[in-house]
Design a binder for this molecule. Structure first.
Ligand code: PLP
Length: 493
């Protein structure tokens, strides 16, 4: 069935079909200009905090119903009308009172790059599919490796998120450590593997070991110190425990930093332990590796240069939109170990002779042109802008902690090392359930939309959790948050 041409007497006998019209460069030009104007107006409002709610409150089922369509014939809605609805109902990350999850308020230039990347669609599986993005990726990876402190033999690639990055790094670790070609032969059942990691590792790492078929117990949790950092003195006991359980430990994972409290594990000490025991050292720097760019906060990561592999998400603290994650290897040869696979329709040569066919090394086959936005922002603004952002956000978290410590009715969970702050409201004389109180306060704030923040479970109970991702958030926004919390708790008994 061919699509019906729209009536247009001037183009007889060969009117463009609906499909041909959908590719009209002139229409793209008009829609594009209008959209950029619409987004720029939105951005101005969001940055100024002039939106009704940070996260407009809609129940999932209601929203899904509102957006129900049959898609059988074109809807008479224009792109600006559609986009106005999308903008109105989205979570507003550029709003200075968005202080929730670890998602960036992207640099506007990246939105333009994403538009170009979508149109070009030069997916970086093999060089011929995306030559420019492959070249940009190579250089961005080099730049990141230098910041880690790696030497010239380091290498890596970009992938779709920290979770995929952790999987790829640990697949490489498994192959490198096995002592046999595990990729070809499969795991030997008589030798179950394990990793050691902080009790606060990201859930993706638990998932990774279970994807690899090692079972739930393959993550041996190393107890934390009082600052929620992996306690290095507990590495040996955890190792002994794994061995006693019949497991072969192949790797230790360090958090830099943890998701729950933003705590940095002692990377120097973990690195030394790995060296002594001959273990793979992986650093999950999805959120916190960006502090490498800040002169002031770089020492939090000292020891990272010893890691065999590092995951670093520019879409967390480098103001990039999702997704763009780097997986870096100290020894570039290890970057080929995750998938030691042949696919003759894509590749003609052994992987190591083709650095430029990146799909040898990535979970993805087709991959977005994810290097473009990062390369463009680094080129246009220089790395100083990124250093400034990290420093500002980490500083603000410390100022916020100071503010909290000065309030008799608030408790700080731990002095923040990064831009993640956990605290709770504990007014004097309150005799109810403190955890329930935090959850109730959060629900009330979400309903009124004045802030967007999240919560987390710590050993002492539920805490409110703030991540400062937006350089336009100020201490006075956070003072207002405390007042809002007090107000919203008024009627909770
Ligand atoms: C965010 C995060 C991840 C997951 O990364 P995604 O890009 O969301 O998949 C993994 N580890 C840590 C420590 C994180 O903060």
């Amino acid at each position: 069935m061919s699509s019906r041409p729209l009536p247009n007497p001037s183009c007889e006998p060969a009117c463009p079909t609906a499909l041909e019209q959908a590719y009209s460069p002139e229409q793209f030009r008009l829609q594009g200009h209008a959209l950029v104007d619409q987004l720029a107006d939105y951005l101005a409002q969001a940055l100024a905090g002039k939106l009704d709610a940070v996260l407009p409150a809609h129940a999932p089922d209601d929203l899904a119903k509102d957006w129900q369509r049959d898609f059988q014939s074109p809807h008479p809605m224009s792109l600006p009308v559609l986009m106005a609805e999308v903008l109105a109902q989205s979570n507003h990350l550029h709003h200075p009172r968005y202080i929730g999850h670890q998602v960036s308020a992207p640099l506007p230039i990246t939105a333009l790059c994403e538009m170009a990347a979508a149109l070009l669609n030069n997916g970086t599986a093999i060089y011929e599919m995306g030559p420019v993005s492959t070249a940009m990726e190579r250089n961005v990876i080099r730049w990141m490796s230098d910041h880690v402190g790696y030497g010239p033999e380091a290498d890596g690639f970009l992938t779709s998120g920290g979770s995929a990055g952790n999987l790829t790094a640990l697949l490489a670790a498994r192959q490198a450590m096995a002592g046999y070609d595990l990729w070809e032969a499969g795991q030997k059942p008589e030798e179950p593997f394990a990793i050691l990691a902080s009790a606060h590792i990201h859930y993706s790492l638990q998932r990774v070991v279970q994807v690899m078929g090692w079972g739930k117990d393959a993550v041996i949790a190393v107890p934390l110190d009082e600052n929620f950092r992996l306690d290095a003195s507990q590495l040996q006991p955890a190792y002994d425990k794994a061995v006693a359980a019949g497991r072969r430990v192949i790797a230790v994972v360090g958090n830099a930093c943890s998701t729950a409290t933003g705590s940095y594990d002692p990377l120097e000490a973990i690195g030394a332990f790995c060296k002594e025991k001959g273990l793979w050292f992986h650093v999950d720097g999805a959120h916190g590796a960006s502090a490498l760019l800040s002169e002031k906060y770089r020492p939090l990561l000292s020891g990272i240069e010893q890691a065999d592999s590092v995951v670093w998400d520019p879409h967390k603290m480098m103001m990039m939109p999702a997704l763009v994650t780097a997986v870096l290897f100290k020894d570039g040869r290890d970057s080929y170990k995750a998938f030691a696979q042949k696919a003759s329709y894509l590749f003609q040569k052994p992987p190591e002779e083709e650095w430029f066919n990146l799909a040898h090394r990535t979970l993805e086959c087709t991959k977005r042109m994810m290097s473009l936005k990062l390369y463009a922002a680094l080129s246009l603004y220089g790395e100083g802008v990124f250093a400034e952002h990290v420093t500002r956000m980490y500083d603000l978290a410390k100022d916020f902690a100071g503010l909290l410590l000065a309030q008799p009715d608030f408790e700080l969970a731990v002095m923040p090392e990064s831009n993640i702050v956990c605290f709770r409201y504990a007014p004097e004389g309150f005799s109810g359930d403190l955890s329930a109180l935090q959850a109730e306060i959060r629900q009330r704030i979400l309903k009124d939309g004045s802030f967007y923040l999240v919560q987390t479970q710590l050993p002492q109970g539920v805490f409110l959790r703030v991540t400062l991702m937006n350089s336009f958030t100020t201490l006075s926004d956070l003072e207002a948050l405390l007042e809002t919390i007090r107000q919203s708790s008024r009627t909770v008994s």
